[in-house]
Design a protein around this ligand. Structure first.
Ligand code: ASP
Length: 326
C-alpha cells in the first residue's frame, strides 16, 4: 500500500537528522525567518488535527524532556509536559529547583550538563536575561528558552502568532495593539520582534514608566514597522485587529510604590470592547490579575483561553522539530 504524503507532509516516522531544526536550540525569536514561521505553523496545525483525531500518538516515544524551571509557571511548564506526553515521550519535572542540587549551590552549567545525561531536550525558565543562551553553550542537547527574566519568551511569541494566524487567517495588514507592562513583559518583547517580519502596524499602550524599551522600538524602526505609543486606549482601540493585554510584572519592580502607582492602569471590560471592531481578538499571555474582567470571557472576541490551547500544538511542533521528527 502506498501512503499519501500530502496527508502528513511534516511528520515522518523514523529519525531525520537532516531535518532543518534537528538538534537546534530555541533561544530567541530573532532566529526565525518568515519561512520558518510558516513551517512551524504548518506542523502546529497538523498537531492540532492529530490531537483532535487521535489525542496522543507515539511520534516521540522513548524521548525524554527535562522541564527546568527557576521561576513560577503554570501554562508553559504544563503545556510542555502535555506536549511531550501527547507525543508519547516522558518528562523529568524540575519545577521546584530548591528541592534540587541548585539549593546546594550547583551552577546552571553543571545543572544543565547533569540533566542532559538523562534527557534529549531541556526546557529552561530562568530569572536572568541570557540564561538560556548560556545554558545552550554548555549543553550538547537542544535547549528551549521558556522565559529568561525580562528578556524573551520565544515559544510564547510563536503561540501568540499562531493564535493570530488560526483566528484571523493572516498577519499581513493587521494593526496590533500591545497594552500594559511593555517594559518588563518579555512576551511583548518577543511578539513585537516576530511581528516585525510581517506587514503590520504596532500600537503601544502603557503608563509612561512602562513603555516599550527603546532598543526594541529602534530595532523595529529599522525594519520599517509603523509604531505609535499611547498612554490611553481610546484612540488606538477602534483600529485594532488584535488587542494584546499584559499584566504589570510585579516581581520585576524594585520599588513596590512604583508598582502600586501603575497596577490597575488599564482594565478591559465589556464597555471597553464596545469601542472595538466586531472582528478582532483580545489576547493575554496569562496569568491575568485584573486587567481583563471576567465578564469579557463570554465575548467571542476573547481569545485568551483558546490561545493557551494553541500553545500545546506549537510546543508539540517545536519538540518534534528539534528531535528530528518534523
Ligand atoms: N506567563 C507569561 C510569562 O511567563 C506572562 C506573565 O507572567 O505575565 O512571561
Amino acid at each position: 500500500m502506498t501512503t499519501n504524503p500530502t496527508l502528513s507532509p511534516h511528520l515522518p516516522f523514523g529519525d531525520r537528522q537532516t531535518a532543518p531544526w534537528y538538534g537546534k536550540d530555541i533561544l530567541s525569536v530573532k532566529q526565525f525567518s518568515r519561512a520558518d514561521l510558516t513551517y512551524i505553523f504548518e506542523v502546529a496545525h497538523e498537531m492540532r488535527e492529530m490531537v483532535a483525531r487521535v489525542g496522543t500518538f507515539d511520534l516521540l516515544k522513548g524521548k525524554i524532556l527535562t522541564n527546568l524551571f527557576y521561576e513560577p509557571s503554570t501554562r508553559t511548564s504544563s503545556s510542555f509536559t502535555a506536549a511531550m506526553e501527547r507525543l508519547g515521550g516522558s518528562v523529568i519535572p524540575i519545577n521546584e529547583v530548591h528541592f534540587s542540587s541548585v539549593s546546594k549551590g550547583e551552577s546552571l552549567p553543571d545543572t544543565v550538563r547533569t540533566l542532559e545525561c538523562y534527557a534529549d531536550v531541556i526546557v529552561l525558565r530562568h530569572p536572568e536575561v541570557g540564561a538560556s543562551a548560556m545554558a545552550a553553550e554548555y549543553a550538547r542537547k537542544p535547549v528551549i528558552n521558556a522565559g529568561d527574566g525580562i528578556g524573551e519568551h520565544p515559544t510564547q511569541a510563536l503561540l501568540d502568532l499562531f493564535t493570530i494566524v488560526e483566528e484571523l487567517g493572516e498577519v499581513d495588514g493587521l494593526t496590533v495593539t500591545l497594552l500594559g507592562d511593555l517594559k518588563y513583559g518579555r512576551t511583548v518583547h518577543s511578539l513585537a520582534r516576530l511581528l516585525s517580519l510581517y506587514d503590520v502596524r504596532l500600537q503601544y499602550v502603557s503608563p509612561e514608566i512602562l513603555r516599550m524599551p527603546e532598543e526594541i522600538v529602534a530595532e523595529l524602526e529599522e525594519r520599517g514597522v509603523p509604531q505609535a505609543a499611547h498612554t490611553e486606549l481610546d484612540t488606538p482601540l477602534p483600529g485594532s485587529d488584535v488587542l494584546y493585554v499584559t499584566r504589570v510584572q510585579k516581581e520585576r519592580f524594585t520599588d513596590l510604590d512604583e508598582y502600586e502607582s501603575v497596577r490597575g492602569a488599564f482594565i478591559i471590560s465589556p464597555e471597553t470592547l464596545s469601542g472595538a471592531k466586531e472582528r478582532m481578538i483580545v489576547m493575554h499571555p496569562l496569568p491575568r490579575v485584573g486587567e481583563i474582567t471576567m465578564e469579557v470571557d463570554a465575548d467571542p472576541r476573547a481569545a485568551y483561553f483558546r490561545q493557551m490551547e494553541y500553545g500545546l500544538y506549537v510546543r508539540m511542533a517545536l519538540l518534534a522539530m528539534v528531535l528530528g521528527k518534523a
